[in-house]
Design a protein around this ligand. Structure first.
Ligand code: GAR
Length: 207
């Protein structure tokens, strides 16, 4: 079809089961979705999401971080090389549990997204659901943001909130949040891939 916009070549980075990855792959099945998922890469060769991606017909790669020891940048250079081999334009972190160095973040500035299971700036880091329960908040949720060198501090693209209900435990609260993650991540990736949302001078700008 003439006049059709080329889709943005997108990689998803995972460390685990990859339920957000599946939501993104599902969304991108629609030819009209502005991002094409061309690669799923993991830092752990046994990440469950790799099999799910392969079953969906997506190219997969694993770059094990462990042989690199403390040399984070050497690991990232190996990962970056794989991304370049696949002509990746947009990198989407989906449960990717490695802290990235300023080198990698700078290389992908404005083209690197993350989803975090809290209403940032609340509960940066890990164990967000347990910490939200302990803090007694009435509302919890998830955030999609551009990645900047400071952990979980990048400008927000989309957030979704859920109530914390009486009797909630970590499992029930995380399931409620995860359902929202699966809705907002495909929306945010579409906005960035289409260019209607971008990072400019450290802030999110909408077209
Ligand atoms: C998701 O809840 C995601 O927000 C979180 O890991 C989970 C991955 O689940 N990410 C982080 O905590 C990043 N700091 P998934 O593998 O089923 O998408």
């Amino acid at each position: 079809m003439s006049g059709e916009r080329r889709r943005t070549r997108t990689a998803i980075l995972i460390s685990g089961r990859g339920s957000n990855m599946v939501a993104l792959i599902e969304a991108a099945r629609d030819e009209a979705y502005p991002a094409e998922i061309v690669l799923v890469a993991a830092n752990l060769p046994d990440a469950g999401g790799l099999e799910r991606a392969a079953a969906a017909g997506i190219a997969t790669a694993s770059v094990d971080h462990r042989p690199f020891g403390k040399d984070r940048e050497a690991f990232e250079q190996a990962l970056d090389a794989v991304l370049r081999q696949h002509d990746i334009e947009l990198v989407v972190l989906a449960g990717f549990m490695r802290v990235l160095t300023p080198w990698f973040v700078g290389r992908w500035q404005g083209r690197l997204l993350n989803i975090h299971p809290s209403l940032l700036p609340l509960f940066k880091g890990t164990h967000t659901h347990a910490r939200a329960l302990e803090a007694g908040v009435a509302e919890h949720g998830c955030t999609v943001h551009f990645v900047v060198p400071e952990l979980d501090a990048g400008p927000t693209i989309l957030q979704a909130s859920v109530p914390v209900l009486p009797g909630d435990d970590e499992a029930s609260l995380s399931a409620r949040v995860l359902a929202q993650e699966h809705l907002i991540y495909p929306q945010a990736v579409a906005q960035v891939a289409a260019g209607t949302v971008r990072l400019e001078n450290g802030a999110v700008v909408s077209a």
